[in-house]
Write a protein that binds this ligand. Sequence first.
Ligand SMILES: Cc1cc2nc3c(=O)[nH]c(=O)nc-3n(C[C@H](O)[C@H](O)[C@H](O)COP(=O)(O)OP(=O)(O)OC[C@H]3O[C@@H](n4cnc5c(N)ncnc54)[C@H](O)[C@@H]3O)c2cc1C
Length: 342
Amino acid sequence: MEEYDVIIVGLGCVGSSAAYYCAKQGMQVLGIEQFPTPGSLGSSSFGETRMWRVTHGSYWKNDMMKDAITLWRELEEESGEELMLKFPVLSMGSLESKDYMNIRAQYPELPKLSPKEISEKYPALHNIPDDYEGLEHENCGVVKARKALQTVTKLTQVKYGAELLFDTKVVSVDKNSVTIEDGRTFYGKDICVCAGAYSIDFDKDKIATRREIEYIVFESPEGLPGGLLEFTKDGNEYYGMVDGDNFKMGEFAQRSIASMKDYFRDRMPEKFTQIKYFHPCYITMTDTGHFQYKTDKDGVHYAYGFEGTGFKFFPLHGKIVHDGLITKKDQTHIPDEYRAKI
Ligand SMILES: Cc1cc2nc3c(=O)[nH]c(=O)nc-3n(C[C@H](O)[C@H](O)[C@H](O)COP(=O)(O)OP(=O)(O)OC[C@H]3O[C@@H](n4cnc5c(N)ncnc54)[C@H](O)[C@@H]3O)c2cc1C
């Protein structure tokens, strides 16, 4: 009976990174993914780009981002691929928004833009409310999500010799085994489930929940900043970024497609006529908003709960999962070095 060092269930952003890191450290790895590729439509990691930034209200995420940047750069060096683009991201919002004021408080030295200055600089943005303000932070940009997944998958398989199965759905997991749809069982010293929004199918502790969010893709980024975060007075958040030749935007406090359309009609009337499609997708959530790298009572490892913010930490997820497997330390919530900052 062949036994792998680790079997990773789900090869989205987190599982692909975990497979890469474990294989790179010399472990015998089997990765299993239900879709044809990492980051397929249906996973949370679908799409060309994701925003990265060090302007989170949760300071531990800013610390994680700083460590992730080092690993992104190492990955770029190893692969020879450019994966992380750096450019200023515009954060704007109501002075009554807690989230905007949080970012503002972190960077008091940054110049503030009035609504008029924002729309002069970015003419595609209209009707910016009078009580808004904006600031641009330099240490931000986008990561090339699809490219990063392809790059890491190739390294994991070709350079580090891991076995990755696609179009293969896992139906059950145990401490030391994984069974797939056709009834075959694979054995591993450790099993790690990185199933994103599908974690609710496996999570015996019932901590994971999932939420559907909608995003909108339109044709031209012209007249817009490369990345945009908007925080409204009533606690809603819109975020957008260049996505290949397109621009995409999502709404966090998901209401409805109708409410998103209202927003676009008002804020970006020219772009409203260039909408290509609306796209629903799922993300995993937890009650606390903390990431979960943990081991359940039966000894199965999990990594989930990365909400709408997980991709920017892509290479760091793999390192955390790997280190957790080696130290056998239960990393419930987030690892200690970051947890101290909650
Ligand atoms: C629209 C949108 C915009 C976002 N914007 C940003 C952003 O700007 N910046 C940022 O940092 N983050 C962003 N995020 C969040 C980020 O993309 C997610 O946190 C991250 O992709 C989660 O990765 P994951 O590996 O946990 O989940 P997934 O990518 O969903 O991976 C889980 C994988 O497990 C597989 N799987 C599940 N069950 C099984 C099974 N039974 N058998 C086999 N395989 C299985 C799934 O098919 C999937 O591929 C955004 C997310 C969305 C949806």
